[in-house]
Design a protein around this ligand. Structure first.
Ligand code: GTP
Length: 598
């Protein structure tokens, strides 16, 4: 294939600015999908994605487009996931392209996510050109948004295409721009194979399917390929492209994008960012930018109905097949029974997996409050990585503790800046920058501990800005921090399942809050129950549940036996859901008050 006729590009957009709708239009216009086949938003494969309107897994298509110059071009549209948790995946998809369409909603303007992804594109040396979408909306202000793009992003927007993906306006112009503005791919088809693996997933019938962009060399069916990071070799059983359905081709060569099926058993063996080469004719150096992604946020998942445990285990195994960045291991909890401790890239990733478990696998789950990874440097020199308080060593064995920090970019209308700053300060943030992007829009940049973000940061940000704030974050580093293990004691006994890792400055308030919540939920017993929050030996908060004076039957003097029986049965029923801590009976709700996500 003549490389001059190939264009590899991505669509960069903030969530909801119309990326999927535009992709559909491009597919439809180039005849990749006939109107009858056209299922709205072809690129968002999973139901969940469609329902939530977000793209989770990248999907790539090859389009044939006959341009005004009479040439038929091959356009490879490389879809990218649209959320902060998948920044690494986005960066690898972008690395597979020469250009990007920056789609901005003409009634909204530039958002934090837009900016983050444009920078990723520019870092990857992509030719980026703007498209103003939704110009059919009465609220569209293309001139203002053009100016915003120029001021904030610093790219020329004066001749940005005005489009409405919904109404099909501007589709041909966009295709012409792709052909004219984006450079064709370079690369030597005769050199040793060097291909970027930028996506992989598990298919029930075909095993792992990988998507590659060939930078140098040629890949043919039957070739013995080698994955650089694992050093494992496989035979390329099928080589092809999505157009948009799977079509086998004899070979893929430098500049092209396509899929390979090579009998790879697990997606964990086909890591995004890896270099694919030929076993017998290897490229000298792998492609730059490969990273191993690690879970950063953890939470416990427990079936509400204990009989669903096996089902939950099977479901997790199935999800893991397709998602190497997600991890799980069995865990038991005094309060919740048997479940799993799961690791996710970030909060959205966590939410997606939980929702899929509940929806696709019909499981009812209790989710414990998310936690992050801490690095503990012990006095004996050992380094521990823990994500739950129960694994934290006694204070005398700890030298320092480090916690993960993120860099958050928050875009917000200027009316809400005060509230956002107060929230970031409350969350132990350190301000890096406040910048007026336009007279009414502000970018607030903070360094924040991830531990504070996982609880309720995003929800509070959204509510205090009436939904106008957009947030983007990246992981920075681990930093030493004054973190302590806070224990909850019931009548002097530590309840392991309820221990938390908190910052010392926050411990007092958190402790007060928790014990008073628990006081409300623990029923009165025959004796007094003391609920305490403590750091080491020091009690920082205490509440008391007074002893019960009357028993439940006291009210029914003599007479009505059936009423008595009913009351006793009710009491027994309640007891079933109680857990004993020492001689105190705690209802599950009291545990959930601390463990569960609101
Ligand atoms: P993610 O998949 O989350 O990245 O979102 P997206 O950017 O793909 O947005 P999507 O295409 O799902 O569009 C979001 C919403 O905007 C949908 O309700 C679309 O119908 C609507 N929309 C997209 N393009 C236009 C347009 O040109 N005009 C109008 N009025 N609405 C549009």
């Amino acid at each position: 294939m003549n490389n001059n006729n190939i264009r590899n590009f991505s669509i960069i957009a903030h969530i909801d600015h119309g990326k999927s709708t535009l992709a559909d239009r491009l597919l439809e216009y180039t005849g990749a999908l006939t109107a009858r086949e056209m299922q709205s938003q072809f690129l968002d494969k999973m139901d969940l994605e469609r329902e939530r309107g977000i793209t989770i897994k990248a999907q790539t298509v090859r389009l044939n487009y006959e341009a005004d110059d009479g040439t038929v071009y091959v356009l490879n549209l490389i879809d990218t996931p649209g959320h902060v948790d998948f920044t690494y995946e986005v960066s690898r998809s972008l690395a597979a392209c020469e250009g990007g369409l920056l789609v901005v909603d003409a009634s909204q303007g530039v958002e934090a996510q837009t900016l983050a992804n444009v920078y990723l594109a520019l870092d990857n040396d992509l030719e980026v050109f703007p498209v103003l979408n939704k110009i059919d909306l009465p609220a569209a202000e293309p001139e203002r948004v053009k100016q915003e793009i120029e001021e904030i992003i610093g790219i020329d927007a004066h001749d940005a295409v005005l489009a409405s993906a919904k109404e099909g306006i501007g589709t041909r112009e966009i295709l012409e721009e792709i052909v004219k503005k984006i450079p064709p791919p370079a690369g030597d088809p005769a050199a040793p194979l060097k291909a970027l693996l930028f996506d992989s997933w598990y298919d029930q019938y075909q095993g792992v399917i990988i998507l590659v962009r060939i930078f140098d060399g040629t890949l043919k069916k039957g070739d013995k390929i080698l994955l650089h990071s694992t050093g494992r070799a496989y035979e390329a059983l099928k080589v092809g492209v999505f157009a948009p359905s799977m079509i086998e081709v004899p070979q893929l060569s430098a500049g092209e994008v396509g899929f390979v099926i090579a009998g790879i058993k697990e997606v964990a063996d086909a890591r995004v960012g890896d270099t694919v080469t030929l076993f017998h004719n290897r490229c000298a150096t792998p492609l730059a930018g490969f990273k191993e992604v690690k879970p950063m946020v953890f939470s416990g998942l427990y079936p509400i109905d204990t009989s669903q445990y096996e089902q939950l285990r099977d479901a997790l195994a199935k999800l893991k097949l397709n998602d190497s960045s997600f991890s799980y291991e069995p865990e038991t909890s005094v309060a919740l029974g048997f479940g799993f401790r799961c690791g996710f890239l970030g909060l959205l990733h966590m939410e997606i997996i939980q929702e899929r478990l509940e929806r696709e696998f019909s499981l009812d789950l209790i989710t414990t409050a998310p936690t992050v990874v801490y690095k503990i440097h012990k006095t004996d020199g050992e380094l521990l990585e823990i994500e739950s308080a129960s694994r934290m060593p006694e204070p005398q064995y700890i030298d320092t503790i480090e916690e993960p920090f993120i860099l958050a970019h928050i875009h917000v209308p200027n009316d809400f800046v005060g509230g956002v700053l107060a929230l970031c300060e409350e969350k132990r943030g350190m301000q890096r920058e406040i910048k007026y992007l336009t007279p009414t829009r502000v970018m607030v940049v903070y360094e924040l501990p991830l531990n504070e973000i996982v609880l309720d940061f995003y929800d509070r940000l959204k509510s205090l800005t009436k939904g106008y704030a957009s947030l983007d974050y990246e992981h920075l580093d681990f930093r030493p921090s004054d973190l302590v293990r806070m224990n909850i004691l019931i009548n002097g006994e530590v309840v392991d399942a309820l221990s938390l890792i908190v910052h010392r400055d926050k411990a007092y308030f958190r402790g007060r809050d928790l014990v008073s919540k628990m006081k409300e939920l623990i029923p009165r017993q025959m004796f007094e129950v003391a609920i305490q929050a403590a750091i080491g030996n020091k009690v920082i908060a205490r509440e008391t549940v007074k002893a019960l004076r009357k028993d439940v039957l006291a009210k029914c003097y003599g007479g009505d036996i059936s009423r008595k029986r009913k009351l006793l049965e009710k009491q027994k029923e309640g007891k079933k859901r109680m857990k004993n801590v020492g001689n105190v009976e705690l209802p599950q709700e009291a545990f959930l008050a601390i463990l569960k996500v609101e």
